[in-house]
Design a protein around this ligand. Structure first.
Ligand code: SAH
Length: 389
């Protein structure tokens, strides 16, 4: 694939995407997911990657002219594994839940792998990664050895819809149903077969630990609780009571099961299936530690303005009712919303709620969701911890 003149600049800075507007012409007729070598206008090799249909034409796998084979995958996966060992989330007796591969952050654009005990849940976001899935699975087994017994491939909803692959979820290795994994010494049921994403939101691990630190003696509301990660940490932190809310009854069942798994018979916890706005409007408990971790309000750039309004309204509703001296953990996982936009939305919420508010912490995704320094788009999770006077 030959680039238009001057369109090699971002690739020389190791940005891992080639946009379709940069493509001059292609020798042959690659199918979506095929490997293509990217050349400058003058024919100099610059990168090799997966061909795609859409605004991103190539997702770069390597800036070296090397074969993309099982050895290549094994090397990349091994590097990713070493990083997880270095940051203390892998081979840690208290923790068997972590993200092993975070797409561009691990120089594997289009691939996500989460580890739950001896099971890996693998998700392809590009046709190229889908085509390579067996090779990647074999390389993964090679790198992890006996530590890995099952690989569940879960890409039904993440592959480009237009590619019409008709892919179904299923095991590429083993068939584990042992679905309890450990995060920082706490146990969680993880439903990789039916759960959202790969089954668990691994990205809130560090932020949950911070909630634990602040929970002592507080009345905690965990809004958008899903599996109840924040709730279980708050209970370990000595919260007086913990209420978990999610619009999905399945989530409510999950949080109850996870609380029972860690604190059997503990009456401090209750879960409610309800809409967030309705609950915030009608609630009577004075919660002095509130967590708001909603689903991505903006999945695309076009939805940004609408999403900002959503964040503002949600945060204002919560702040209005919080007693003096409360703490609010508020998050956005929308990649399309910048840190500044999110902060501005929360700032507007504080004004609307007429509250004095200070920022205690600025939170982000954890180290097992690394950001490729050449690909700042990889930063998606942002959070603020606020003191509400
Ligand atoms: N905090 C969770 C992840 C939240 S995912 C964790 O740490 O794992 C977002 C959750 O919001 C989903 O479980 C979804 O069911 C729930 N949700 C979506 N819309 C909602 C609404 N309007 N009111 C309440 N919950 C909602």
């Amino acid at each position: 694939m030959y680039l238009n003149k001057g369109k090699d600049e971002s690739l020389r800075r190791f940005h891992p995407w080639v946009f379709s507007g940069a493509v001059n012409h292609v020798d042959g007729k690659p199918a979506e997911g095929d490997l293509v070598r990217v050349l400058t206008h003058d024919g100099e090799f610059i990168a090799v990657g997966h061909w795609q249909i859409g605004s991103i034409a190539v997702r770069v796998l390597s800036f070296d002219d090397e074969p993309i084979d099982q050895d290549f995958w094994a090397t990349r996966l091994s590097t990713a594994y070493q990083l997880r060992k270095a940051i203390g989330v892998a081979e840690n007796p208290d923790n068997s839940t972590y993200r092993l591969v975070h797409g561009e952050g691990d120089n594997l654009p289009g691939l996500v792998i989460d580890i739950y005990g001896q099971t890996a849940v693998m998700q392809a976001h590009s046709v190229g990664m889908h085509v390579s899935r067996m090779s990647i699975a074999q390389a993964l087994k090679q790198v992890m050895g006996e530590r890995l017994q099952s690989i569940y491939y879960k890409s039904e909803t993440t592959l480009p819809f237009k590619a019409e692959l008709g892919q179904e979820n299923g095991f590429l290795l083993g068939s584990s149903s042992d679905n309890v994994a450990m995060e920082n010494g706490l146990k969680f049921h993880i439903d990789w077969l039916k759960g959202q994403k790969t089954g668990f939101f691994v990205d809130q691990r560090d932020n949950r630990s911070l909630v634990e630190k602040y929970a002592k003696g507080r009345n905690v509301l965990n809004m958008f609780c899903y599996t109840g990660g924040f709730s279980v940490y708050a209970m370990r932190g000595g919260a007086q009571l913990v209420h978990s809310v999610d619009s999905s009854q399945k989530a409510v069942d999950l949080v109850n099961a996870n609380v029972e798994l860690n604190f059997p018979g503990d009456l401090r916890h209750k879960a409610f299936a309800d809409d967030a706005f309705k609950y915030l409007e009608q609630m009577e408990t004075a919660y002095d530690l509130v967590i708001l971790d909603p689903p991505a309000f903006a999945k695309h750039r076009d939805a940004v303005r609408h999403a900002i309004k959503g964040y503002t309204k949600l945060n204002a509703r919560a702040m209005e009712k919080m007693p003096k001296g409360s703490i609010l953990f508020t998050f956005s996982c929308s990649q399309a919303i910048s840190k500044e936009q999110f902060r501005m939305a929360v700032f507007t919420a504080a004004t609307l709620a007429h509250r004095k508010v200070s920022i205690l912490h600025q939170l982000h995704q954890p180290a097992d969701h690394p950001i490729n320094i050449y690909h700042p788009e990889g930063e998606y999770l942002k959070g603020l911890v606020l003191y509400v006077e």
